[in-house]
Structure formats: C-alpha cells, structure tokens
Design a protein around this ligand. Structure first.
Ligand code: SF4
Length: 220
C-alpha cells in the first residue's frame, strides 16, 4: 500500500513525544532537543516533493516547540508511567490489543490515558466519550490496573487543546459486550466468500488495490 504523508508526519511527532515523556530518556527536554529529535526520527515516506517534506518538517518543529513551551509553563498534573506501551486484554474468544501513547498517574491514583492527535486542533469531551479507540484503551488499562479510576484524554498537539472523559462501569460493560459481538462476527465470517462492494469511501481507501483484485469489484 502507498505511504501517506500524514501517517509519516503523525508517527514522526509521536516518536519525539514518546522520548520527551519517557523518564528513561533524559535527552529530549528543551526546544532545541525536540527539534533535533524530530530531525533524527523523521519519516520521509509519502511526501510528494522535497519541498512539501521540508515544509512539513518546519511545521512539525513549530508544533513541538510550542508543545514544550506549554508544558514548561504548566506541567502535566500527573507523572508519566507508560509511553508507547502495547497492552492486551483476553476477552475470551479473542485478545484485544492496543498501543497507548501515554499513561499518567495523577496524585490521587487516577490513571489518565493520553492519546495524541497531530491532525486536529479542537476536541470535545463528548468526542472522547464516544471515541472507539479511547473506549478500547480504557478496557485495556483497567485490565492491568483493576483497582484504579481510569480516564481518557485526547490531546490535540497543534493547539494544546485537550479533552477528558471516562466510561462508567455500566458503559464499560456495555461497550465490552458490543466489542465481543463484533469480534464474534469478524471471527466467524467466511472471508473467502466475501465480495467487496464499491461505495463512496473506496476512492480514498487504503485497501482499494486489494479490493480491485476481486473479479466482481467494479468501481467505475
Ligand atoms: S476499497 Fe475500501 S471502502 Fe471500498 S470496498 Fe474495499 S475496503 Fe471497503
């Protein structure tokens, strides 16, 4: 599949933020250090031209520089305990796996899942509350820390805007059930018999080259 520049851009920024918040990595703290770290971990796949890539790199440096200035002015309330951590939860018929960007521990013991978004500037608590990935992360973190309150935050790194929400016990149980139902459908489907049906999303879908291989798929 063809690389997309926005994935490269997001992954490059994520890598620097991982180092910035990793207590074992003391080398990325200041604006100069994050700028150097971005150059080091820059992924150049998917850009249309050298100029487009240079502009993105400049934008990435500016985003990270403001990020550092913001946390210097008002440091996060919690202490980071996990960065870029793969978590798993055995749900019975299948294992749920996800990688969290960051988990902070607040002074009262609450665990805050922090998810970085590089492509957007605004976010609301309502969106976090209904976000599929954030709900999965809450299941995963609660699995590892069953006695802790868990909240989830999305942080729009361009603007520093963040929103936090948390599923209550009933909502979590309901979400877990829906996840199990969906998982069962995915597990029991006969993929050899599946025919891809052209729809409005196909022109921008990453899997289009695969679907085109099916003899009955005809996207005019
Ligand atoms: S190209 Fe993408 S959206 Fe279209 S049928 Fe295939 S998987 Fe679905």
């Amino acid at each position: 599949l063809r690389s997309k520049h926005y994935y490269s851009f997001g992954s490059s920024l994520h890598k620097v933020l991982e180092r910035l918040h990793d207590s074992r990595d003391g080398g990325v703290k200041t604006v100069d250090q994050v700028v150097a770290a971005l150059e080091e971990s820059w992924i150049d796949a998917g850009y249309g031209s050298q100029q487009e890539m240079q502009e993105a790199m400049g934008e990435g440096k500016a985003i990270l520089a403001s990020y550092v200035e913001r946390i210097e002015e008002s440091p996060p309330a919690g202490v980071t305990i996990l960065v870029e951590k793969m978590l798993r939860a055995d749900l019975g018929p299948f294992v749920l796996i996800g990688r969290v960007d960051r988990v902070d521990e607040w002074p009262d013991g609450t665990l805050e899942i922090v998810d970085y978004k590089s492509g957007r500037s605004a976010i609301s608590a309502e969106e976090v509350h209904h976000d599929l990935a954030m709900s999965c992360y809450q299941i995963l973190v609660r699995e590892g820390f069953p006695d802790r309150p868990v909240v989830a935050s999305i942080l729009a790194i361009r603007s520093g805007t963040a929103a936090t929400a948390s599923l209550n016990a009933d909502e979590l149980a309901e979400f877990r059930l829906s996840l199990l139902e969906l998982g069962e459908i995915i597990l029991s489907r006969d993929y050899d018999e599946l025919v891809p049906v052209p729809n409005d999303l196909c022109p921008t879908c990453d899997f289009l080259p695969l679907c085109r291989r099916h003899p009955d798929f005809n996207l005019s």
